[in-house]
Design a protein around this ligand. Sequence first.
Ligand code: RIB
Length: 286
Amino acid sequence: MQKPIVVVGSVNLDLVCTAERIPAIGETVTGDSFQTFHGGKGANQAVAVARLGYPVSIVAKVGDDEFGTRLRNGLRVAGVKVGTVATVKNTASGVALISVDRKGQNSITVIPGANGKLLPRDLERALPILRSAGMILAQLEVPLETVEYLCAAARRLHVPLMLDPAPARPIPRQMLCQVTYLTPNESETCTLCNLHGRNLNLKTVVEFAQILQSQGAQNVIIKMGSRGAYAAGANGMQKMVPAFKVKAVDSTAAGDAFNGGLAVALMQGKSLEDAVRYGAAAGALS
Ligand code: RIB
């Protein structure tokens, strides 16, 4: 029997406007369209896993507003098990205000709402489901103390953990030591390495990945958008995996789809290199 993937993370309603360009500070631009989508890094990763036909549950919180009901139903319809999605009273669901330009690039403001109330004690209650997991996926849109608790629990339970360190923020070294797969994008890599002035390119990425491994992450996969993804494995494997060429419409959640694909492929026993290629395909399709 396949052990499920368990995602612990955020669920948001994405309020998305498209315009020729993203406004600069103090500027007003006239946009082309406005739509709402189900999002949140945790929910996006869970949906990616479900769409690839792999069993998945999510541990999350939504508010007791109209968005909360809609988001939970959306996850269920997508094939994600939602028995561990709790509703928080007198609290708004998480929302993300997203601007997308004509090149498909975005800028995002997240208001955590109920996601900010997912606490270590909620994970204590979810221990049976965490214990049953083949892999746990986490991101940083819920409180850091919760992700710290999760990393320690995953280590204790001998369940591999994939951490998407997004949105970018420094994280304690002790936590990195408990991460089996670390999947930062370029800006998150610079934040974690504390090397803001340095340029991340196809040459320096090797050094950046080494720094993250020396801080304790076992396998490091650096997502570099249209330039591909660089993988440094615990077994010494190093490989730049090219991206699939697509016309980008909206890059929102491409990184989340990548993580979902990567996790499914690893659970199916693919090598790290092949799994990264599979993740890249999922990201490109997204
Ligand atoms: O990674 C994309 C996601 O980031 C969006 O769906 C938005 O909700 C923010 O959490």
